[in-house]
Design a protein around this ligand. Sequence first.
Ligand code: GLA
Ligand code: ZN
Length: 706
Amino acid sequence: MSVNFEHFLYGGDYNPDQWLDHPDILKEDIRLMKQAHINTVSLGIFSWAKLEPAEGVYNFDWMEETIDRLYENGISVNLATPSGARPHWMADRYPEVLRVNEARQRALFGERHNHCYTSPVYREKVRRMNQKLAEHFDSHPGVILWHVSNEYMGECHCPLCQQAFRDWVKEKYHTIDEVNRRWNTAFWSHDYQSFDQIESPSSIGENSIQGLYLDWRRFVSYQTTDFCRAEIAALREAGAKKPVTTNMLYKSPWVNYFELADAVDIVSWDSYPFWHKGPESQTAVNAGMRHDVMRSMKGEPFLMMESCPGAMNWIPVSKLKRPGMLEASSLQAVAHGSDSVLYFQIRKGRGGYEKLHGAVIDHYGKEDDRTYQECCQVGADLEAIQRLHHSKVEASVAVVYDWENRWAVEASAGPRNENMYYREAVEKSYGAFRRQGVNVDVIDMTKSLEPYQVVAAPMVYMFRAGFEEKVRAFVERGGVFIMTYWSGVVDENDLCFLGGTPGGLMDVMGLRSTEIDALYEGEFNTLRVVDSAVSGEDEIAAGNLSDNVVRSEDKSGVWDSLNHDITYRCEHLCQLVDLRTAKSLFVYGEDFYAGTPALTVNCYGAGKAYYVCADAEQRFYDDVYARILKEAGIRRILEQEIPAGVEVSSRRSDKTEYIFIQNFNPVSVSFCPEAEAGEVIFGEVSEKMKPFSTVVLERRQAITEK
Ligand code: GLA
Ligand code: ZN
């Protein structure tokens, strides 16, 4: 189902349960929310103790009064199930709901997000609570969405989870011999004789079998998703009809969000970029990528369920958002496909861990507060661009970012145990595409490549089942595929491919990856373009270049525009390759592999396959990907040159395209969209764009991208 709320949701987490003895404040909240154009709040996320103060004793009155009051004032509710934090009485009476850590110690009561997902008691308590909430509130016209739990995370190693893991492994592999084969347990004589011996990875136990580790990660993700499904089933059994979401948190190593997304009706997530820590333009690229991951899971508009109106208090240094940053950051979410701007939180709590976390309403409590004023502005902005609500983002370019691959890359010993920089590698490819002013989807290996013309798959160390075939078919039918170093090394069980890498795709890539050189932090190599002037017989004769180096006559025009005097730096990892049918476009500049290929291209079927051999600097990706997109004929959203730090994105509904132009530089830049680019429906257009300003254009005549 495609969830459409008819307008942008604007508001955020609201915790009246912390203020029940302050009716004056609860009343004032409504006034201030309305003035800020707030139309939605997320309610009851951590309210279990107020909803069920003693076992089996439910008190929903305060919640009902709150929902009524909000509804009367035009404010809707995302109603939460409170499973993210349980009440004291439950932990006291049923210790099995408390989590056990990897060293097999059971937690005391405290914190949140720390219950056992397997515990039948916890599942039953949650089921009952969810059913009661659904029976009570689903039909309330003020309730528009179920917000199931909060940021599912973590893992539990209790005996119940161990047994569930063993059952899961047994169902997957059937016999213990098969487990031994898939996990290669002959290593260090770790063969299992029976399923009962299987234990989750632990620093005081088994930590040397990556196959076990990977399956444990998959199990934790499965079990968490199963818990989420059980929560939703409880709501539905009690007759709930409203759509369901759960808020994700992007970096989660515990849950494969591409899996969790299938369990919910609409994807939502909590966005907390570290603005002003580094250059805002780079933070914007990374923040944009995260929105795009969330959008790509369902290929539908998503919700930004949380973001911070002021400064977060959980980071080492709580830097204030500079004037205009909140607006830019909020509109960026919308530009990338969010149908909401929601905050954590509406009112700053008085005590507890988050009392100093940014909020719409400060402890001061009045409207002449900078953050509050900026929140009012964002609310007004969303009303001004209401017409583009629920429009879609279309991309003909995608980057692969895969949770399972990330687990596998990080768990493997070698070639760099300091940091493999997997996420950063994806961000570099993503950033290079974005700087060309095109929309980009971020997909995992289970997704189809067919909707795209160009796909980059950085560091796809592990080929998940079916990926190799997908890539082959994609290139064969004319797709442009970019793969990087450290790809196609292992299969789904982290077993190395025999007979050469990238496993199964050596013909498509036109090469074999032979060895990989790991560099210490601070060490570099260089990359230089193969110079048509010197790439001829001389260099080949000198042994610097193989016969496969691309000659000037083989090059299409786009590569000629590369400046041959520029060298680029690379670090961390340098893959050495043997060319088969591929041609070299760049070579290494230093070390014993100087002159050997560093960027290659191979024609396969109707398409092309590029291979980036080293962890190159961003400039390299920018220059190379610009040419790849040009060669592939990808249309940029705006044809004119875009200055650095200006982001261009678009959404589309039917025949109308909405173009967002955002200046993420803290200074003004000279940029004015051409008149024919579209009609200005938001922001000021002049010769310059102010710092953190946004312009939205409406282009009526659709230009087909595909
Ligand atoms: C998370 C949680 C919220 C709150 C915020 C603070 O995203 O979901 O409950 O703790 O962080 O930034
Ligand atoms: Zn457990």
